[in-house]
Design a protein around this ligand. Structure first.
Ligand code: NAP
Ligand code: MG
Length: 496
């Protein structure tokens, strides 16, 4: 069911999209296009241009010119005003962003509606940082100089031209995590959005120009990862790559970046633990656990896919989560009440099915779900397995679908429980459910992840650093740490 779309959404979908370079839509070097489809129906909704290495060259050159041009000459106040105006325009287009996210990503409308204001909030947060970027005066006494005979200080400078490569799951939400701090720091950027949800990136670029971001500061090259993405990651004119996506592609990015030793930040996959102690408030924990696993069909890097429950309450929790799953309305994002939309593609749906098919032969017990609820569109039921063990495929692999695998633990010391929770190559997120302060504080320290919640899973806020340990990534986005990714330090000594 597609409701009446806003006229601007219809017009946007009907366009023959180009690349966005130097402040304007520009055709790609070769006239190839890719169909954009609605995962709820599998039907085409629009098309994008397939940019390639030559287009990346052009966009990087534009970003380089803009870096040394008008963008570097703005005062902090002028840059702040532009980011605030960009934020205002994003708010004004919230309906269009929401509709694009439902159609392009398959987001349930309620999630799409909360992603649009998150983007403008993120921009406002980083707009506030622009005027706080400052070096330090240092008490250097080098070269036998006395106070007053030497001045030593640091300057904070933008790292330069940024290549941003992003995934489809939250599309413009993910893109904004890079755009806002990069612009705040004074960098310029070339964004390669995901091929499967590329549309909102083009709208963001247009709004940036409308807000006063000078031409060339923010460029978008739509296209494939193996061509446009790889060219950007390897480009000698790019100073930093900010990547969000799979751990597998993250490794390729690191190799590609080695040529000119560009900086790299990586937000990668996860297999996050959810640990439930017997004193937890189950009325709060059960929906919390279910949503940790099923939000956005489990297509979440922070997805709480490995649940550990104390054996005393294991049955109650498993049945509670399964009952929650059975009550989740499955449907297209525009259908009223939808909690589970489609997954992004047929390939992804098939991959989820393949992984789920390993569970019962390996000894897991299916409590609910496990099937496609309908044939049209790429849907998969929210699925709960119990009797899981650490060596099972569904416990080890990031599924990126709505699948929760439950294991149990017995009374014992917290270090042993945390060791179970940490038994993964990832380290992105985790949560602990308990009313006991000592358990909470100790588990927070023991879980090896970039983010831990107590009685909440994966709380996100622009002020809170976010990123992974181990194979979940390098660096932290959000907050002051997120700005640091786009700044470098120059040490200055002046004698007279
Ligand atoms: P992906 O396949 O790794 O793709 C991510 C981006 O990289 C896409 O734009 C992709 O282009 C591009 N790409 C693919 N191959 C490339 C190459 N050789 N060189 C340069 N770029 C290349 O990930 P995805 O399937 O879109 O997203 C799911 C993954 O992202 C999951 O593993 C998830 O955990 C992770 N994720 C992590 C976070 C986090 O913050 N930690 C957030 C969200 C998602 P194409 O679109 O053309 O393939
Ligand atoms: Mg799509």
């Amino acid at each position: 069911m597609t409701p009446d779309l806003a006229p601007e959404t219809r017009a946007f979908l009907a366009r023959r999209h180009a690349l966005y370079v130097d402040g304007a839509a520009q055709p790609p070097a070769r006239p190839a296009t890719l169909e954009v489809t609605d995962p709820a129906t599998g039907l085409p909704i629009s098309s994008i241009a397939l940019g390639e290495a030559a287009d990346v060259d052009r966009a990087v050159a534009a970003a380089r010119r803009a870096l040394h041009g008008p963008w570097s000459r703005l005062t902090a106040d002028e840059r702040t005003r532009i980011l605030l105006e960009f934020s205002r325009l994003c708010d004004a287009r919230a309906r269009q962003f929401t509709e694009l996210a439902v159609l392009d990503n398959g987001m349930p409308r309620a999630i799409a509606e909360s992603t649009a204001p998150f983007c403008s909030q993120f921009l406002r947060y980083y707009a506030g940082w622009v005027s706080k970027i400052a070096g330090r005066t240092l008490p250097s006494a080098g070269m036998g100089k006395r106070p007053g005979e030497l001045q030593a200080y640091t300057l904070r400078e933008p790292v330069g031209v940024v290549g941003a490569i992003t995934p489809w799951n939250y599309s413009f939400g993910m893109e904004m995590l890079k755009i806002a701090p990069a612009l705040a720091a004074g960098c310029t950027l070339v964004l390669k959005p995901a091929e499967q949800a590329p549309l909102a990136a083009l709208l963001l670029a247009e709004l940036a120009t409308e807000a006063g971001v000078p031409p060339g500061v923010f460029n978008v090259v739509t296209g494939l990862g193996e061509t446009a993405g790889a060219a950007l990651a390897a480009h000698p004119g790019v100073d930093k790559i900010a990547f969000t996506g799979s751990t597998e592609v993250g490794r390729l990015i690191v190799h590609a970046a080695a040529g000119n030793l560009k900086r790299v930040s990586l937000e990668l996959g996860g297999k996050s633990p959810v640990v439930v102690f017997p004193d937890a408030d189950l009325a709060q924990a059960i929906p919390g656990i279910a949503m940790a696993g099923f939000l956005l069909q489990g297509q979440n890097c922070v997805c709480g896919s490995r649940v550990f429950v104390h054996e005393k309450i294991a049955r109650e929790v498993a049945e509670g989560v399964a009952a929650f799953a059975r009550n989740m309305a499955i449907g297209g994002g525009f259908e009223p009440g939808t909690m589970i939309g489609p997954v992004i593609s047929r390939e992804q749906r098939d991959r989820i099915e393949r992984l789920v098919a390993t569970a019962q032969p390996e000894g897991a017990r299916l409590l609910t779900g496990g099937r496609r609820p309908r044939e049209a569109g790429w849907f998969f039921e929210p699925t709960v397995f119990t009797d899981c063990r650490p060596d099972m495929t569904i416990v080890r692999e990031e599924i990126f679908g709505p699948v929760i695998a439950i294991q149990t633990f017995a009374d014992g010391d917290l270090e042993a429980i945390a060791a179970q929770a940490n038994d993964t190559v990832y380290g992105l997120s985790g949560s602990v459910w308990t009313r006991d302060l000592a358990t909470a504080h100790r588990m927070v320290r023991l879980i090896d992840a970039g983010q831990v919640g107590v009685n909440v899973h994966a709380a996100m806020d622009p002020t809170m650093p976010f990123g992974g340990n181990r194979q979940s990534g390098w660096g932290r986005e959000f907050g002051e740490e997120g700005l640091e990714l786009y700044l470098k330090t120059k040490a200055v000594t002046i004698t007279w």
